[in-house]
Design a protein around this ligand. Structure first.
Ligand code: NAP
Length: 256
């Protein structure tokens, strides 16, 4: 039996893209899954598809930047499925500008846009983690996986400074929490995807994605399922002694 069979998983931004693939992978491994998304229709569609496959799944809706909304969504999910012992902090945004969908340059960045990206990508991870931690502590176990990015580990001219800063901060967030929460039986790791074929990535100028493909040793972009399979490993019993790590899923784009 899969080590996920008795797990209760919450994935943020699970309505589509990488989040949907990670939620589906856990569902298909036997876990009960809460699909959290900003967009209630996306969350509902994803959870209904999982239930149609016989999975115990619910949809919950919240803007991860809103602590009270997240706390209410986590409580709703736990009431339906039981206490959450696996959290995947995936919801994220990467605003682009202009007809050619380029990054916003720092000298022209609206401070309100800076704040929104930090609020969603970084504070959103805090809000979700803060909401599930008391339950994990009571259980004496837990897994947290934060979705960072290669852009948080090195310079990437596709994204803007707010996105890079938020994803780099998730690395510090991961390492600190791994140290603080290890004694409670909670592991905390991060994934750093390269270019993954999702609606977010398709919002970037095609030639920018092509430039990444050309310098990626595997000479292709990744799929959401390829990120999901690494996430599934980190939340499995096989990764019980792995914490505080950042794992690139990038086809060799970054090797450090
Ligand atoms: P995506 O296709 O845009 O999907 C993101 C999902 O998150 C959407 O369903 C979106 O819902 C939801 N979301 C956005 N803001 C939210 C908020 N404030 N509260 C709750 N849900 C929210 O993105 P993706 O490519 O799958 O990316 C997923 C994660 O991987 C992100 O953290 C991204 O930074 C990271 N990543 C992606 C790539 C890549 O190449 N695709 C590379 C490295 C890292 P709405 O439609 O309502 O906004």
């Amino acid at each position: 039996m899969s080590s996920h069979a008795s797990r209760v998983v919450l994935v943020s931004g699970a309505g589509r893209g990488i989040g949907r693939a990670m939620a589906d992978a856990h569902a298909d491994a036997g876990a009960a899954v809460a699909y959290l998304d900003h967009d209630p229709d996306l969350a509902r569609t994803a959870a209904e598809a999982a239930r149609a496959r016989g999975v115990n799944a619910v949809a919950v809706s919240a803007d991860v930047a809103d602590f009270d909304a997240v706390a209410a969504a986590v409580a709703e999910a736990a009431a339906a499925l039981g206490p959450i012992d696996v959290l995947v902090n995936n919801a994220g945004i990467s605003p682009k500008t202009g007809a050619d969908n380029r990054r916003v340059d720092a000298f022209a960045m609206d401070p309100a846009e800076w704040r929104r990206v930090i609020d969603v990508n970084l504070t959103g991870a805090f809000n979700c983690t803060r909401s599930v931690l008391p339950g994990m502590r009571d259980l004496g176990r837990g897994r947290v996986v934060n979705i960072s990015s290669v852009a948080g580990r090195t310079y990437c001219d596709i994204v803007a400074v707010h996105y890079a800063a938020s994803k780099a901060a998730l690395v510090g967030f991961t390492k600190h929490l791994a140290g603080e929460l290890g004694p409670f039986g909670i592991t905390v790791n991060a994934l750093a995807p390269g270019r993954i074929d999702t609606p977010l990535m398709r919002g970037t100028a095609p030639e920018a994605n092509e430039a990444v493909r050309a310098v990626t040793p595997l000479r292709r972009l990744g799929s959401p399922e390829e990120v999901a399979s690494v996430c599934l490993f980190l939340t499995s019993d096989a990764a019980a002694f792995v914490t505080g790590q950042v794992c690139d899923v990038a086809g060799g784009w970054l090797m450090t």
